[in-house]
Design a protein around this ligand. Structure first.
Ligand SMILES: NC(=O)C1=CN([C@@H]2O[C@H](COP(=O)(O)OP(=O)(O)OC[C@H]3O[C@@H](n4cnc5c(N)ncnc54)[C@H](O)[C@@H]3O)[C@@H](O)[C@H]2O)C=CC1
Ligand SMILES: NCC(=O)COP(=O)(O)O
Length: 315
């Protein structure tokens, strides 16, 4: 586990140069006055991209690869700089020279066209850090959700759910809520996969064959876990008071509730890594890039969460 010092910087990566990432990173930097909890904020990527968004050049750690920003017009030639910004930030954090990474969004399609082998930051960070398993969580003041399966076609979801994957994901999540979020006895709710959580097997057997045994195994290990809950009724306000995090079976089951309740301040955080990484909950939003319409609040929330997690790990 890398140990960072209390004055180590928090690094904001450039993300896709043609998207809203560089501009919300710079806006967050400005709104926070270039510092948080006594830690300097640094931008990492192509200096010209950040300076074109209003950043002071001295706040930028420059990548060797260069990028050109044309808002709304992605260019595969920028992929090397986009990837280098993430890899360099991870390297600094792994060496204990940075307290955390806050990543601006990348465009997965653009990067994959250049041969990038990962469906997102989460998998890339797992590979770069050598973590056995990285888990995606999205969190705000009112809700936390974890998608068990993430960037896969919906048709592949049922076959990708197993007792082992539920137990592993739940345990990584519960450990992170204790260590990084200060929740001494976290409670986890497991969402059903099928309508009405399977209606006792009438509308699908995954709850009986996979979810219930996984929940029983977690309970036997002493964890506070409930479910499988029908997912249509587990996200309203009163239902959310019964758990600290919802483990959902697929991407949209998790992300629809948080983006509906908390789109402007939701944060994507990677659990299970030896380093701290957060990100805004939104993507590259090409259609508004460069127009001044991009709202920076989710990026600011991501920086605040990264700082709080770094502080928790430093204690
Ligand atoms: N962490 C990351 O790297 C993420 C990357 N993405 C990538 O972003 C690309 C676009 O994804 P979409 O599904 O279209 O989601 P998106 O979040 O880019 O856009 C969805 C809608 O939200 C609006 N929006 C997004 N951010 C906004 C902001 N800061 N202020 C105001 N409005 C905002 C957009 O204009 C659009 O109407 C995809 O390639 C996706 O994979 C998506 C989510 C996270
Ligand atoms: N839908 C969430 C998302 O795309 C973020 O993925 P990642 O880049 O954080 O792995």
């Amino acid at each position: 586990m890398p140990t960072s010092k209390s004055a180590d910087p928090i690094l904001l990566t450039m993300g896709e140069p043609a998207g809203v990432g560089p501009e919300v990173a710079v806006r967050a930097f400005q709104m926070l006055g270039g510092t948080i909890n006594g830690r300097p904020l640094k931008l990492i990527g192509d200096p010209d991209v950040f300076v074109s968004c209003g950043a002071p050049r001295e706040a930028v750690i420059a990548t060797k690869a260069r990028a050109t920003r044309v808002p709304g017009k992605p260019d595969r030639a920028n992929a090397a700089a986009t990837i280098e910004a993430i890899a360099s930030a991870v390297s600094l954090a792994m060496k204990g020279q940075a307290a955390a990474l806050v990543t601006a969004p990348i465009n997965k399609h653009v990067l994959m066209e250049t041969g990038f082998a990962f469906p997102g930051h989460t998998d890339f960070l797992q590979a770069l850090t050598g973590a056995p398993r990285a888990v995606m969580m999205l969190a705000s003041e009112v809700i936390r959700v974890v998608p068990l399966t993430v960037h896969i076609p919906i048709a592949k979801v049922p076959g990708s759910i197993s007792i082992a994957s539920i137990v592993e994901t739940a345990e990584i999540t519960l450990a992170a809520l204790k260590r990084d979020f200060g929740i001494a006895a976290p409670r986890l709710a497991v969402a059903g996969l099928n309508p009405h959580a399977g209606e006792d097997g009438d509308i699908g057997r995954e709850e009986i064959d996979v979810l219930r045994p996984a929940i029983a195994a977690l309970q036997a290990k002493g964890h506070t876990v409930i479910g499988p809950l029908p997912s249509d009724t587990m996200f309203h306000g009163e239902a959310r008071t019964r758990y600290d995090v919802a483990l959902c079976m697929y991407h949209d089951q998790a992300l629809i509730p948080i983006k509906t309740l908390s789109f402007w301040d939701g944060v994507n955080v990677t659990l299970g890594l030896p380093i701290v990484r957060t990100s805004p909950d939104h993507g590259t939003a090409f259609e508004i890039a460069g127009t001044g319409k991009a709202d920076p609040r989710s990026m600011v929330a991501a920086v605040r969460m990264a700082a709080a997690m770094a502080d928790a790990r430093a204690r």
